[in-house]
Write a protein that binds this ligand. Structure first.
Ligand SMILES: [Zn+2]
Length: 289
């Protein structure tokens, strides 16, 4: 199968464990991904909310350096797409976006669950929107060909981005109508991402999926996004190496089985191809990337 996955924390995990991604012991390794016919993977540089200012920027740079050291090998196995998860790594400096764009960052998660210089995350007051600096950053991202990622952002921040009229992605979130959770998207938010020509990356995290967090639960969320008009906008946003997953979904090598289970649950080959590959690949311009 062909797979384009919108979110994983493998870079940060591997860097911390001192492992190469080729034979990594987490959810993703290049060896185990060999079961895929084609593979594009968003690799997030995760920066925790506990780091501020220069410390946040330094943490980001350390993971970017780790990525640079692995890039050649990664590119032999997949189309790697770089993301920043938490724009606290900008250290409040708009010009840092240019440097990040130069280093290959294509997606920027504006906040994590807490507050930063750009806005307020999913665990903050839902009514506090983006800061002026946050709005400047979103505009600059679009100018630089980057895409703001609204996963982790609170409700008011989400609507501020949506109101600015450019492309956006929710790289790893599910449907709040099926599983009420501060990190999931309401139907109106899902419709806004669809209207913006963005992508919704379905996370496999059991707390977002509800139930056991297995294939049947992922299927319910996918069916819901499609019912809202998102057949061309739904993708996988696994969150590999970012959380504990149901054992049947806990690894890149399990994705062909997920594809088969979705087929058994009635999803057509066309829908599965769009979800696992085409929607993401089209968005990122693969293979022309
Ligand atoms: Zn995340």
């Amino acid at each position: 199968m062909k797979l384009c996955d919108l979110h994983c924390d493998t870079l940060t995990e591997c860097r911390k464990k001192g492992e190469g991604i080729a034979r990594a012991t987490g959810h993703i390794s290049l060896e185990r991904a060999a079961c895929l016919e084609e593979w594009a993977q968003v690799f997030a540089v995760f920066v925790p909310d506990t780091l501020r200012g220069r410390d946040a920027a330094n943490e980001c740079d350390r993971t970017l350096d780790f990525y640079d050291a692995q890039r050649e090998e990664l590119a032999r196995h997949c189309t790697p797409i770089l993301a920043l998860e938490n724009a606290n790594a900008l250290n409040g400096d708009l010009s840092r976006l240019e440097e990040l764009a130069r280093r290959g960052v294509r997606l920027v998660t504006l906040t994590w669950n807490g507050a930063n210089e750009l806005g307020f995350g999913a665990r903050c007051d839902p009514e506090r929107g983006l800061t002026e600096f946050g709005k400047l950053c979103v505009r600059r991202m679009w100018e630089l060909g980057m895409v703001p990622d609204v996963s982790h952002l609170n409700e008011a921040g989400f609507w501020d981005v949506a109101g600015m009229g450019g492309r956006m992605v929710a790289s790893h979130s599910c449907c709040a109508a099926l599983q009420p959770h501060g990190r999931n998207l309401s139907d109106a938010q899902i419709e806004a991402v669809i209207a913006a020509g963005g992508l919704i990356g379905l996370a496999l995290y059991p707390e977002f999926l509800g139930g056991a967090g297995a294939a049947a639960d992922a299927a319910r969320h996918l069916r819901h996004i499609i019912a809202l008009g998102g057949a061309d906008r739904a993708a996988l946003g696994s969150d590999f190496d970012g959380c504990t997953l149901h054992p049947s979904l806990a690894g890149i090598e399990k994705m062909p089985a997920l594809d088969e289970e979705l087929a058994e649950l009635g999803f057509s080959e066309e829908i599965r191809r769009k979800f696992f590959w085409e929607n993401g690949a089209n968005f990122f311009g693969i293979p022309a990337l």
